[in-house]
Design a protein around this ligand. Structure first.
Ligand SMILES: [Zn+2]
Ligand SMILES: [Zn+2]
Length: 86
């Protein structure tokens, strides 16, 4: 009796390209960008724990006093230009 050994092959073996798999392994994940908060108005960094205001539409961040001053003058977000009221 001949014992049949079933060779298991991946179903999509024809499409499997070992080099492309290797390529996938080589690509390193993007380094997580340091979430640096920059004020959209004065363009300087917002230090941790500083008072800030966020645009409810686009999420633009600004120092509380910068944003307040801007909105008082222009009445809109400096980034998306949608009307914001404080
Ligand atoms: Zn600012
Ligand atoms: Zn906005």
């Amino acid at each position: 009796m001949v014992r049949r050994i079933r060779v298991t092959r991946p179903v999509n073996s024809g499409f499997w390209d070992p080099w492309s798999v290797e390529e996938v392994k080589k690509t390193t994940p993007m380094p997580k960008l340091e979430a640096k908060r920059v004020c959209v108005i004065c363009l300087s960094e917002i230090s941790e724990g500083a008072a800030m205001i966020e645009c409810p539409y686009c999420g633009a961040l600004g120092h509380e006093n910068c944003f307040e001053e801007w909105i008082t003058m222009k009445g809109k977000c400096p980034l998306c230009r949608r009307t914001i009221t404080l």
